[in-house]
Design a protein around this ligand. Structure first.
Ligand code: NAD
Length: 492
């Protein structure tokens, strides 16, 4: 089969790895190699960071006004409109994410870049009230320098945009490393940046493994900010690596988000909401609602309706218009899910629907799966599976629901279904999470920050304040007294 041989984008040019090595990417729907990428060496990563550093310190980027930077981001948005279909196809082929969804996400991408384009010249300083005699004190906000952005394979263009757009709008330069499991969409995105006329070195893409590519990038002495999205175990390796450069950091990690259904809920909304929470994107979402907590009185009815709904889900070719769920992105993902599910069943968990490979011998497909558990201590309840597997637990009282919901190392998102506004509010406030839905799930806006509590990470992406996270303050004191500087050893 013919493959597409992608190149990296460093210092405004397409290039190979310095030692010429490449790695393969497999289409999860066919299990065939469809693309190859340069395997960046430490020297390649160093070149990318030094190009970004030079572009930050000396290049036209640092001399542009914030308004001009905003105009460049607007041009990026226009280029995404032209390249949208090609980007969506690249991401779907590489990850198995539904084409319908990657198409929607590329449209949303345009809005994200437009939003941060509009914010570029609204980063303002302050003048504290130090009085008419001064000193005149200014608090100005300055960009940080080179940003290292590490992105996972799921929703990669979308997640990368929440790093690239605010970082560039604030005047930084950036080196992006996509996942070695699926690097096509981010690499292809460099074509958008080239066409938008970004000065050389402002935006770079390096492709390759966690080590040396990822590790060299995050520990590089010229990197001032690491923006990481990925799993918690990876984060545990990222954190010590930044001891080398004392880079500022944000960590967007995994989740095991609870959805609480009280017995007064609108059950039609529950069925659609929970189905979307766990089966959209084949459950490969940091915000997936993967722990369902059902109140006694509605347990049987909700279970029956969810099982029936799960059986209607069409699993198949992610390019198909009528398909609801594509394959998992990697074989490793599917194998891990099967292992954790088998361990849970051996411990007493009951599979109510699914659990198999959707009758497929090719492609990493996995059925929509619902597992009933009589406690929290099952592997499917404790671990982020990052797949279409919902664990279900029963509760009697509001206190029990909240205790169960809180009992997780993760705290990324959560949801509640009830007609009682006060109970919804109490539940939303009691469950630790960076994002919470009431009587819905998965609804989102780039205007609202997201990010986790606890082991789901720290830092927020999206919204107005994200741009501040790519700046730092500088306090400037200016003498306005008109008097000479006094003798420092004479106290007045
Ligand atoms: P991962 O942690 O395996 O990889 C993420 C990225 O880190 C990849 O680019 C990888 O190459 C890189 N990496 C791995 N080891 C590294 C190292 N030692 N040094 C530097 N870079 C390294 O995650 P994944 O499997 O690609 O993605 C799934 C995970 O991402 C899930 O846990 C999911 O919840 C999480 N996620 C979080 C969010 C969020 O916003 N919080 C969004 C999407 C996904």
């Amino acid at each position: 089969m013919m493959t597409i041989d992608y190149q990296m984008y460093i210092d405004g040019e397409w290039c190979e790895a310095s030692d010429g090595k490449r790695f393969d990417s497999v289409n999860p729907a066919t299990e065939e190699v469809w693309a190859t990428f340069p395997e960046a060496t430490a020297a390649d990563v160093n070149r990318a960071v030094m190009a970004a550093d030079r572009a930050f310190r000396e290049g036209p980027w640092s001399r542009m006004s914030a308004t001009e930077r905003g105009q460049v981001l607007q041009r990026i948005a226009r280029e995404i409109e032209s390249a949208g279909e090609a980007l969506a196809i690249a991401e779907t082929t590489d990850t198995g994410k539904l084409l319908r969804e990657t198409r929607w996400q590329t449209k949303n991408l345009v809005q994200i870049y437009e939003y941060y384009a509009g914010l570029a010249d609204k980063v303002e300083g302050q003048i504290p009230s130090t009085g008419p005699n001064g000193p005149l004190s200014l608090i100005v906000r300055e960009p940080l320098g080179v940003v290292a952005a590490i992105v996972p394979w799921n929703s990669q263009l979308h997640l990368a945009a929440f790093k690239i757009a605010p970082a560039l709008a604030a005047g930084n330069t950036i080196v992006v490393k996509p996942s070695e499991e699926a690097s096509a969409a981010v690499t292809a995105f460099a074509g958008v940046m080239a066409k938008a006329g970004l000065p050389a070195g402002v935006f770079n893409v390096v492709t390759g493994a966690a080590d040396p590519c990822g590790q060299t990038l995050i520990s590089h002495p010229r990197v001032r900010r690491v923006s990481f999205t990925g799993g918690v175990e990876t984060a545990r390796k990222i954190i010590p690596a930044t001891a080398a450069n004392i880079a500022m950091m944000s960590l967007e990690l995994g989740g095991k988000s609870p959805v609480v259904v009280y017995d007064d809920a609108d059950l039609d909304s529950v069925v659609n909401g929970v189905t979307s929470a766990i089966f959209a994107a084949s459950g490969q979402s940091c915000a997936a609602g993967s722990r369902l907590l059902l109140q006694d009185a509605v347990y049987d009815e909700v279970m029956a309706r969810l099982v029936a709904r799960a059986k209607e889900i069409v699993v198949g070719d992610p390019m198909g218009e009528d398909v609801h769920m594509g394959p998992l992105a990697t074989r490793r993902q599917r194998d891990r899910i099967e292992r954790l599910l088998a361990e849970s069943q051996a411990a007493g968990a009951r599979v109510a629907v699914g659990g198999g490979r959707a009758g497929r011998t090719q492609g990493w497909y996995f059925e929509p799966t619902i597992v009933e558990c009589d406690g929290q201590d099952y592997p499917v309840v404790r671990n982020e599976l990052f797949g279409p597997v919902l664990s279900v637990l029963r509760f009697s009282t509001e206190d029990q629901a909240i205790t169960l919901a809180r009992d997780s190392e993760f705290a990324f998102a959560g949801g509640v279904f009830t007609r009682d506004f006060a109970k919804a509010y109490r539940t939303a406030r009691a469950i630790p999470a960076g994002r919470f839905w009431v009587n819905t799930y998965r609804v989102t806006s780039y205007m609202v920050p997201f990010g986790g509590f606890a082991s789901s990470g720290y830092g927020r992406e999206g919204g107005i304040h994200a741009i501040q996270d790519y700046t730092q303050t500088k306090g400037i004191f200016i003498d306005v007294s008109g008097a000479a500087v006094a003798d420092p050893f004479v106290m007045r």
